[in-house]
Write a protein that binds this ligand. Structure first.
Ligand SMILES: Cc1cc2nc3c(=O)[nH]c(=O)nc-3n(C[C@H](O)[C@H](O)[C@H](O)COP(=O)(O)OP(=O)(O)OC[C@H]3O[C@@H](n4cnc5c(N)ncnc54)[C@H](O)[C@@H]3O)c2cc1C
Length: 464
């Protein structure tokens, strides 16, 4: 540890003997909590090369992990025995004088961002939940409530500051170091530590309605009919989510319709009409707010009360198919009959599809540019001994939906890294598709020694 300070490191360092070690290594999904030998919290980008140098100078060299918000259930942001670069102190947020952009520290949470941008009446395309990290969400793609109108979060990055494996601190954008700019936008943690991002901003949309309509599982066919009606009239400013969850007090299978509606673009009552007329909700509750920070807190109750371990798996889908939905619903109903997994949920998310598909696959590393919706399995559980079962079920169910996608349309879709969190169950080709060869070339350029070796690892193409 003293070596790190003697190198000139100015931030905080935690080791297993530090009183704050357990809180420093904590994560929202408890299955992502590992036991690093060092956790370092840089105070500036200039601290980061010193942490890398220290880790690589150990004998043997230490594994290096990068932590943004630490919300990802796959523990790529931590390490057993290695060194974690925790960016939690790099969370400054500054809206530009012309309000067209915001610069954001690589360790900021979306709550840090929205707290500041709300004050200026603007919003970037960002995470839907306040405790997610800016780095992890954007570098993997970033599906937002605003994606129907403005594309993914990664489509709205103007510039980044990246600390490379060799310690250089580089500014990258469309004209400066453009290869790196291409690679980080979808390349997750594979090209360096992103210490700052500059994001395009948009005016706040005005009043926004969020909430829930709750249906008993027996209403499934009617809810699907309402859903098709909604999709036939889908406005880009509205994003709806359909969730399968067991709700108290009786924990019977339920369907939840969770809308995000921009009131200045569409009237909530007209968006919700099919969900009230074609199906019978047993309960509904809505709130209208003017702040994106408030929108990002909409799911708090369910997310905070949920069992502490989480495994996520997912698939993109070209359409909503009733038979596939029913099959997934049946699998989920059966799996959650076991009380240990009762908190598990299925999320079917329906952002308007066109804007995301306007970009081309080759525009950046993020490769999912066919028109799509997405399906995410959240296997929730409490005990580590339940992990194998949870991972197996979630992976199988996502696999079933991926297979159905191929059977229905004749083509498979990319699975973005955010929804395919387990490198053991998905090959890099499934994440990056036809962009993988170029990513491998750029890995050889920027990280030939594979210093960034956590999670989805890109093999450097060293032939050139
Ligand atoms: C409750 C919940 C809701 C979600 N909702 C959405 C959603 O609506 N839309 C969506 O797109 N995704 C969503 N996700 C997925 C989410 O985008 C990923 O889990 C994301 O990785 C979280 O980012 P993080 O920074 O908190 O994660 P971390 O665990 O800190 O990091 C995840 C990965 O990113 C890398 N990383 C993080 N920051 C940096 C950085 N600054 N520089 C380099 N590498 C970095 C890490 O090394 C790691 O590989 C959700 C996840 C959860 C748990």
């Amino acid at each position: 540890m003293s070596d790190l300070y003697s190198l000139g490191f100015k931030g905080q360092v935690f080791t297993p003997s530090s009183p704050e070690y357990d809180s420093a290594r904590d994560r929202y999904p408890k299955n992502a909590v590992l036991k690093p030998s060092y956790i370092v919290q840089p105070t500036s980008a200039q601290d980061v090369p010193l942490a890398i140098k220290f880790a690589l100078s150990q004998n043997p060299p230490l594994e290096v992990a990068i932590k943004g918000g630490g919300a990802n259930p796959y523990p790529a942001s931590s390490s057993d025995g290695g060194l974690v670069i925790d960016l939690g102190n790099l969370k400054a947020v500054k809206v530009a004088d012309d309000k067209q952009s915001v610069s954001v520290g690589g360790g900021a949470l979306w709550s840090d961002v929205y707290t500041e941008t709300d004050k200026h009446g603007v919003v970037p395309v960002g995470g839907t939940v306040h405790f997610l990290g800016v780095g992890g969400v954007i570098l993997a793609g970033g599906y937002s409530h605003l994606s129907g109108r403005h594309g993914l979060a990664v489509d709205n990055v103007l510039q980044a500051t990246v600390v490379l494996a060799d310690g250089r601190v580089v500014i990258t954008n469309e004209t400066e170091e453009p290869d790196l700019f291409w690679a980080i936008r979808g390349g997750v943690n594979q090209f360096g530590v992103v210490t700052e991002l500059v994001l395009k901003t948009y005016p706040l949309p005005g009043p926004m309605t969020t909430g829930a309509l709750v249906y008993p599982g027996t209403e499934l066919q009617n809810v699907l009919a309402a859903w098709h009606n909604h999709l036939d009239n889908h406005h880009p400013s509205t994003k709806m989510m359909l969730v399968c969850a067991r709700t108290p007090p009786d924990f019977r299978p339920s369907l939840l319709v969770l809308p995000y509606i921009e009131n200045n673009a569409t009237l909530p009552d007209s968006v919700l009409a099919p969900f009230r007329e074609l199906a019978q909700p047993s309960f509904e509750s809505f709130t209208t707010v003017n702040s994106f920070l408030a929108v990002s807190h909409a799911g708090d109750q369910t997310l905070i009360d949920a069992p502490p371990r989480l495994h996520i798996s997912g698939a993109l889908i070209s359409d909503l198919w009733d038979d596939v939905f029913s099959q997934a619903f049946d699998s989920w109903t059966q799996f959650t009959e076991d009380e240990a997994f009762r908190g598990s949920v299925l999320l079917w998310e329906f952002p308007h599809r066109d804007k995301v598909a306007e970009k081309k696959v080759e525009d950046m590393a993020f490769a999912a540019r066919e028109k799509h919706y997405f399906f995410v399995v959240n296997a929730r559980y409490t005990l580590a001994t339940e992990e194998v079962k949870a991972v197996e079920w979630a992976s199988d169910l996502a696999g079933l939906v991926r297979k159905a996608q191929v059977e229905k349309t004749g083509k498979s879709l990319i699975t973005p890294a955010s929804f395919a969190l387990n490198p053991q169950t998905m090959m890099p080709e499934g994440i990056w598709g036809s962009n993988l060869p170029r990513l491998r070339e750029l890995k050889a350029k920027y990280d030939p020694q594979k210093v960034w070796s956590k999670g989805w690892v890109i093999e450097p193409d060293l032939r050139l």
